[in-house]
Design a protein around this ligand. Structure first.
Ligand code: COA
Ligand code: AMP
Length: 637
């Protein structure tokens, strides 16, 4: 379905006439009503795609394939080394599971526009839940299972769900993590209370269902009648997914139905070069955008077989698990985060386990979530002998913004680059004053409006924050929050965030939020949390704290308490393991903490002391303290 002209011609066409370009791509999905209006602006002046189109995303992802020759094709393969289970669902079986669960939800009063929170581990029922919501036109909001109760509570209060779907436990390596106590703790903190909590009992752990609103999943399901897909407008929201911003309040990214479905289908062919019927595996978590887009929606909309993996790249049972899955299910295209390969490489540096498996089905490996460091890229290229494609995207876009578009024109890989802007994205590098920078000049990575389909139309219930966070810094552009440059050949290099967001093992987190938690400790006068380089997780947070006058708390005790606080407020995923006491923090004369300078010091980079610093001697003090705590690049335990 793709034209045969070059990447640059197709990219150019997508920018010259976006409406025409995306009108053509709309033919990739089954509509109930084909849109006439392709690109419009709503009452808030925001971009909308396919405003008069009608569809149902669940129908496009499931029922359509059942009716068009894929009923007996595997749709979903669940492989869970942590429970020893493998289950395969054909498209027909998937349709039946989803329809029944949709019936269960309808029985609880869920209908078009109702919000549903899904707080679940990596089990097929979580996928059914997302699709069941989509079937009814209910708006799901999946919360990553590794978040602590306060994070879940904040999301519950913002989404205001009628129903909360959960399970009795998750499994981390060999540890069973009971979810119900976390859920109960979150509901005790939240102001909004859902009418119903439906809990899937897993054999590893029994959840106590103790209030009138708690229901047993299997019991309700046994009495549910299947529900049919409902008709939705393309601009109706499909889901809300929260992501970290610079403050403690996460941003509710809204994804609509029509533009998302079209972009998902387009990306499968144009970016990943995948055909219907292929096996596509994204080793991510359903709680992240990668999981939403490339475990669930894109592969299913495209008629592929998708793999749902519950485990880790290492120790479940060993560093050969990824290779075993590629071999066992004949995976054609694989997608994960570079951090997963750093974990494998740490345990199997020669990739020797890879030789126990037949990886001949694999055509390409895609990585995202953080910049793929050149040593990991080289290691992968040698180990796999297939194109290894770094590509750059965000929760906000829901799909790649910069990639080596294998389906259009594979390009030579340049280590450190995510390659070129994907069709539909007009990427520009701007300086502080909003002027476009030329080749090799580093600045703010921005996207000229309009953003292509699937990109967030707004934030949930907060259009002013959407405009303020993304559109106000450079009028006419979307601010991605990343810094970078474009080289002479048009390759894009993403150099890291320009705000307080960090990326820890592929998990996007806010250092500002961690500062709020650290700063709430009674002994702490002020603090700075910065993300420093980490050989395993890419980045990890380190806290610098200044004690209140007269405080005599033992620094080791304080560090322990702060680590516990972060685990209890944000979650273990923050990997917050160091908090060091310093006498003062480096600041500008106007009182702004010099976080970038602290980070450079901690990373052992050469630091140019900013001329605006109020007292240069502080830098020496801080380096001495950091060195005495051996903070710098190292493998985590
Ligand atoms: N539920 C509960 N706890 C969780 C969790 C979940 N869903 N996910 C992570 N955690 C916990 C871990 O158990 C760990 O706890 P600990 O500090 O008590 O040991 C902590 O959070 C840190 O987790 P993580 O950074 O993931 O470390 P890890 O040792 O468990 O695994 C990797 C390290 C690199 C193997 C793993 O992070 C990984 O596979 N990352 C890929 C991430 C990814 O796919 N991102 C999506 C973008 S594509
Ligand atoms: P998330 O919203 O969790 O997907 O995180 C998005 C952020 O992760 C981006 O803004 C980048 O900072 C970072 N990121 C994702 N993919 C890449 C990549 N391929 N190269 C560099 N940074 C990346």
């Amino acid at each position: 379905m793709l034209p045969t002209d070059s990447y640059s011609q197709q990219h150019q066409r997508s920018l010259a006439d976006p409406a025409e370009f995306w009108r053509m791509q709309a033919a990739r999905i089954p509509w109930y009503r084909i849109p006439d209006q392709i690109l419009t602006t709503d009452a808030d002046g925001l971009t909308r795609w396919y405003a008069d189109g009608e569809l149902n995303t669940c129908y496009a992802a499931v029922d359509y394939h059942v009716a068009h020759g894929r009923a007996s094709q595997p749709a979903l393969i669940y492989d869970s080394p942590v429970t020893g289970q493998v289950r395969t669902y054909t498209y027909l079986e998937l349709r039946d599971e989803v329809a029944k669960l949709a019936g269960l939800l309808r029985g609880l009063g869920v209908e078009k526009g109702t919000t549903v929170v899904i707080y679940m581990p990596m089990v097929p029922e979580a996928v059914f839940a997302m699709l069941a919501c989509a079937r009814l036109g209910a708006i799901h909001s999946v919360v990553f299972g590794g978040f602590a109760p306060p994070e879940l509570a904040v999301r519950i209060d913002d989404v205001r769900p009628h129903v909360l779907l959960s399970a009795s436990c998750g499994i981390e390596f060999a540890t069973v993590v009971p979810y119900k106590p976390l859920l109960d703790a979150a509901l005790a903190l939240a102001t909004h209370q859902p009418a119903h909590c439906v809990v899937l009992q897993r054999p590893q752990c029994h959840a106590e269902l103790h209030t009138h609103r708690d229901h047993d999943w299997a019991t309700l399901l046994a009495n549910a009648q299947p529900a049919e897909p409902v008709l939705l407008m393309a601009t109706d929201p499909l889901y809300i997914l929260y992501t970290s911003g610079t403050t403690g309040k996460p941003k509710g990214i809204v994804r609509d139905n029509g533009g998302h479905a079209v972009a998902m289908a387009y990306s499968m062919e144009a970016v990943y070069s995948v055909k219907p019927g292929d096996v596509f595996w994204a080793a991510s978590d359903l709680g992240w955008a990668v999981g939403h887009s490339y475990i669930v929606y894109a592969p299913l909309i495209h008629g592929c077989t998708t793999v749902l993996f519950e485990g880790k790249p290492v120790r479940t049972p060993d560093a050969g698990t990824f290779w075993r899955i590629i071999d066992q299910y004949k995976v054609n295209v694989f997608f994960t985060a570079p951090t997963a390969f750093r974990a494998i490489r740490k345990e199997d540096s020669e990739a020797s386990l890879r030789h126990q498996y037949d990886l001949s089905s694999l055509r390409a490996l895609f990585v995202a979530g953080e910049r793929c460091d050149p040593p990991t890229l080289n290691w992968l290229q040698e180990a796999l002998n297939v194109p290894v494609v770094d590509h750059w995207w965000q929760t906000e876009s829901g799909w790649a913004m910069v990639a080596n578009q294998l389906g259009i024109e594979p390009m030579p890989v340049k280590a450190g680059s995510a390659t070129k802007p994907v069709c539909g994205y007009d990427l520009q590098i701007l300086d502080d004053d909003g002027r476009q920078l030329g080749p090799n000049q580093e600045g703010y990575v921005c996207l000229k409006l309009p953003l292509p389909p699937s990109c967030l139309p707004t934030l949930w219930n907060d259009t002013p924050r959407f405009k303020e966070s993304y559109l106000s810094r450079f009028p006419g552009y979307y601010l991605t929050g990343d810094g970078g440059y474009v080289d002479d050949d048009g390759y894009v290099f993403i150099m890291g965030r320009v705000d307080d967001v960090i990326n820890v093992a592929g998990h996007r987190l806010s250092t500002g939020e961690m500062e709020e938690v650290v700063g709430s400790h009674p002994a702490v006068a002020e603090c700075a949390v910065v993300g420093i380089a980490c050989n395993l997780r890419g980045q990890r947070p380190v806290g610098l704290v200044v004690l209140k006058d007269g405080q005599t708390i033992d620094p080791t005790q304080l560090e322990r308490e702060l680590i516990t606080r972060i685990r209890e407020h944000i979650g273990a995923v923050a990997s917050f393991r160091n908090a060091v006491v310093v006498k003062r923090l480096p600041k500008t004369r106007s009182g702004k903490i010099l976080r970038k300078t602290i980070r450079q010091l901690a990373d052992g980079e050469s630091v140019v002391i900013p001329p605006t610093i109020d007292d240069p001697a502080i830098m020496d003090e801080i380096s001495t303290v950091l060195a005495s705590h051996q903070i710098g690049i190292r493998f985590d335990s």
